[in-house]
Design a protein around this ligand. Structure first.
Ligand code: ADP
Ligand code: TMP
Ligand code: ASP
Length: 238
């Protein structure tokens, strides 16, 4: 079956969404070359950024799929375009952490890089206007975002993704410090991976040197983010 891109639906910070001709249950996703941080207060781009992220994400999704974690991709139509299953997105950013960095470093009394005894899962409200605030289980219950049962399922899902992704990034000699995923329900209420997994959404430190290779390179002006992302893809292609 061939698919055709139809009406424009939405432009986000990293992707554009379109309808798919004749398929209300699908979406057409196009990766942009833009790079944003701190809720788009800091903006940049580099040619091919969307392609690098899409390629990296496909590899991550494949390794997860091989271990039973489903994702939304239906068809890869170009280097930066996919047809995906339209999911009932859960308006939460699911963050799993193996080491202390980023906002956890700001909140807790640990040194940056401290290895957590067991991974931590956190939920942030996906709401740019409110600055994606950290939520407790009680907040999630009060807002009736998902049932207690589905929230527990989401935690287990996050930890499973973490275990698989940790091994995946090791193949590129990268240490998975933390990451964010966005999940949704398919028609049978199964939790599926939506959105993307890339150096935009994972903290990745070089195993040998500890060098930061993810979006923190851009956030904190640590060097060439283009070189860093391309190097990650090259390592995964080896
Ligand atoms: P943002 O909206 O945070 O700026 P993007 O530019 O990456 O992010 O836009 C992608 C949007 O599409 C996000 O809002 C994401 O939640 C949503 N999305 C991703 N995958 C799916 C899917 N399979 N079904 C429905 N919505 C999705
Ligand atoms: P944090 O330490 O800033 O809370 O980020 C945790 C992880 O989530 C880190 O890997 C970066 C990722 N992340 C996103 O993908 N999108 C976001 O908007 C934020 C704030 C973090
Ligand atoms: N995802 C947010 C943005 O793109 C925040 C961040 O990654 O720092 O602006």
């Amino acid at each position: 079956m061939s698919y055709s891109k139809s009406d424009f639906l939405y432009e986000g910070k990293a992707k554009r969404l379109y309808k798919v001709e004749g398929h209300d249950d699908l979406l057409w996703i196009e990766y942009k070359d833009s790079l944003t941080a701190f809720n788009a207060l800091k903006k940049s781009s580099f040619a091919g950024k969307g392609i690098v992220n899409a390629k990296i994400c496909i590899k991550a999704f494949e390794s997860l799929k091989a271990k039973g974690v489903g994702n939304h991709i239906v068809r890869v139509v170009s280097d930066r375009e996919w047809v995906v299953q339209k999911l009932e997105m859960i308006p939460l950013e699911v963050v799993v952490r193996n080491r202390v960095a980023g906002s956890l470093f700001k909140r807790l009394q640990f040194e940056e890089g401290h290895v957590l005894e067991t991974p931590i899962v956190e939920f942030y409200l996906k709401d740019d206007e409110k600055g994606d605030p950290l939520l407790t289980d009680s907040h999630i219950r009060a807002m009736n975002i998902v049932s207690d049962e589905k929230l527990e399922e989401l935690k287990v899902f996050g930890f499973k993704v973490n275990a698989i992704l940790t091994e995946f990034w090791k193949t590129a000699e990268l240490d998975l410090v933390d990451f964010k995923i966005e999940c949704g329900f398919d028609k049978d209420q199964n939790i599926m991976l939506g959105d993307e997994i890339s150096p935009d959404s994972c903290r990745l430190w070089d195993q040998a040197t500890g060098k930061k290779m993810d979006k923190d390179v851009f956030r904190f002006d640590l060097g060439s983010v283009e070189e860093s992302y391309n190097q990650i893809l090259e390592r995964l292609n080896k």
